[in-house]
Design a protein around this ligand. Structure first.
Ligand code: ATP
Ligand code: MG
Ligand code: MG
Ligand code: MG
Length: 566
């Protein structure tokens, strides 16, 4: 490509709306053009980056044995009704009707379509395991589209879906995908960490997010300063010193409330707003061969099952639910818990420091017709209640190796053991060895293609512009003719350019009628890794190579340029 032909404009300033560095720089280098909120045209420089990322992903996915397909963006709502997500997905799902008033959606993700392809085509265990993937535009009507390509309403994703007869086979493919993702993000030149992620309502499933470490990230991750342990804060665990927790105990009284059966009656009896009532769950855990009881207190409208409670409280122990008391009412975001002592005595329970914000609450009971109340009222601090049991910076890592540190992360990939959620709802079955129909078990694996471009800039930039990792740079080499009116310089530059092209170097030739300084500025802003500067020394057969990243300058002979840049 010759610069003189390139559809590009560079700007000194970016529009005020752009907050994030990646957004500012992409606009300044005209890599993207906003069309509406969270909705962009990729201009040539931006598109080249996207295509390079896509190709890395494609190569690695193909090598990993996945099949590339392309599913439609437009999806009939019938499939979403079948999976149950037509109602569950919420306002991020873009819906529309065709001319016959049939409901459609614009795919935010493709589990439904993938399952429908699978179940029509695959009937035998012999065809399993199977992994299908695509690189496709997705639509999510994000509440806050922002930071340019980082959170678009329309964006490019690589999504893959795997199908298995057994859990072991899924485990194997999950590992395969995890390693594939590590290779992909390494090739993209990103500084990232795979982190354990919350699996939400699907219990027992495993999930990892791939986080690019950058201050513009919207997620917090906790990681060990010694080992490989890393997790999204929502999922992070730490070693809790239970003995200490029990020492820091606070007691609350159990009041007998035999006549009270409903939340309204309780609210009236205690003269406390219903919204401040929550429900309690009694849990049992085996810690160091000793049975300990915990009382969890959660928002009244949450679905308290064992897994959810486990997820909500991040204790690094397995918890078994003993009983749950259904009290309705809101008041806290997630809930919290504390150890319960003297379970057999009705009158007192011991709770730890983490429950100190309970003071204003009546917290249900672990015994029929009893409710705990604490009369020692203090300010309710709703804001702090929500993450009271979440592992924190400075805690001991759950593998007991080092302490936890906190960092901001950009989620560029997410892999997930889906289990039977979609295959069951949508009836995806195959015949097993014994001729019996079996529901298949699934995994899914996403990468934010366009988000990678944004994340790479967040991680690699300076006051002059972007500093692209070589493998995803819009061009790898910029041959700069410092003065095109000097025939020697122009001819030599053009020759170097053509030779590099022949060697398949992704090179651009700055043949514009501009001053050298202007060209350098553009090259820096766009972040091209290597400049080949053709100036006066060409008379001695010498040019300068300058690294965008290190600013190092190397004087080389023209005939060595290819060796040096490759
Ligand atoms: P987020 O937490 O950032 O909203 P998500 O968890 O909703 O992302 P997934 O459903 O896991 O996203 O989708 C797979 C990948 O697609 C994400 O890991 C991310 O890299 C990318 N992605 C998701 N939403 C967007 C978006 N609005 N714009 C750009 N990329 C996105
Ligand atoms: Mg999201
Ligand atoms: Mg997420
Ligand atoms: Mg995700």
């Amino acid at each position: 490509m010759r610069f003189s032909k390139l559809m590009v404009k560079t700007y000194k300033e970016s529009p005020k709306e752009a907050e994030a560095i990646n957004h500012k720089l992409m606009l300044r280098a005209s890599m993207i053009k906003q069309i509406s909120r969270g909705n962009y045209t990729y201009l040539p420089l931006g598109l080249k980056v996207i295509k390079k990322i896509e190709n890395i992903i494609r190569e690695e996915m193909n090598n990993a044995g996945a099949n590339e397909i392309l599913m439609p963006i437009m999806q009939p709502s019938d499939l979403w009704i079948e999976s149950g997500r037509f109602n569950d997905y919420g306002p991020e799902l873009m819906r529309f009707k065709d001319r016959n008033s049939r409901d459609f959606v614009l795919g935010p993700t493709h589990e439904e379509v993938s399952v429908s392809v699978f179940r029509d085509m695959i009937t035998s265990y012999k065809d399993l395991p199977l992994n299908m993937y695509q690189i496709q535009t997705k639509f999510r009507d994000e509440m806050r589209p922002r930071f340019g390509l980082m959170r678009g309403r329309e964006f490019i994703m690589k999504d893959a879906y795997s199908y298995h007869l057994t859990k072991e086979s899924l485990d194997e493919e999950y590992e395969n995908m995890k390693n594939t993702y590590i290779r992909i993000f390494n090739r993209c030149g990103l500084n990232f960490r795979p982190v354990e992620a919350d699996t939400g309502s699907i219990g027992g499933a495993e999930s990892h997010e791939f986080m690019v470490l950058a201050s513009a990230g919207e997620d917090d991750i906790l990681y060990s300063n010694v080992s490989d342990y890393a997790a999204n804060v929502e999922k992070a665990k730490s070693i809790i010193d239970l003995e200490q927790a029990i020492e820091d105990k606070k007691t609350i009284e159990l009041v007998n409330t035999p006549d009270i059966k409903t939340i309204d009656e309780l609210s009236k009896f205690l003269n406390i707003d219903k919204k401040k009532l929550v429900k309690s769950v009694l849990l049992k855990a085996n810690i160091k061969n000793e049975t300990k009881y915990f009382m969890a207190v959660v928002r009244g409208d949450l679905d308290v099952n064992e897994i959810k409670v486990k997820n909500a409280f991040k204790l690094s122990v397995e918890l078994e639910m003993v009983e749950s008391h259904e009290l309705e009412g809101l008041g806290i975001e997630k809930g919290f818990m504390g150890p319960v002592k003297d379970l057999n005595k009705d009158v007192k329970v011991v709770i730890d420091e983490s429950v100190k914000y309970l003071y204003n609450f009546v917290i249900g009971a672990n015994k029929k017709d009893y409710h705990y109340i604490n009369t020692n009222l203090e300010d309710i601090r709703y804001d702090e209640v929500a993450d009271i049991r979440v592992a924190k910076e400075g805690d001991i890592s759950p593998d007991n190796k080092g302490t936890l540190e906190i960092a901001r992360g950009i989620e560029v990939g997410h892999i997930f053991k889906l289990g039977y959620k979609y295959s069951e709802a949508m009836n995806a079955k195959v015949l097993d060895e014994n001729g019996r129909l079996q529901t298949v078990i699934m995994g899914c694996y996403g990468i934010g293609v366009s988000r990678i471009a944004a994340a790479a800039i967040e991680q690699n930039n300076d006051e002059n512009g972007m500093i692209w990792p070589k493998n995803i740079a819009p061009f790898t080499v910029d041959v700069i003719a410092t003065n095109i009116n000097d025939d020697k310089i122009y001819k030599a530059s053009e020759k170097i350019y053509e030779e590099l092209l022949k060697e398949n170097v992704d090179v651009i030739f700055d043949d514009r009628k501009e001053k050298a300084g202007f060209k350098f500025k553009d090259a820096d802003l766009i972040g091209i890794p290597i400049k080949v500067i053709v100036g006066k020394n060409i008379k001695d057969g010498l040019v300068e190579l300058k690294s965008r990243k290190s600013n190092e300058v190397l004087e080389v002979k023209v005939e060595n340029v290819f060796d040096e840049v490759s």
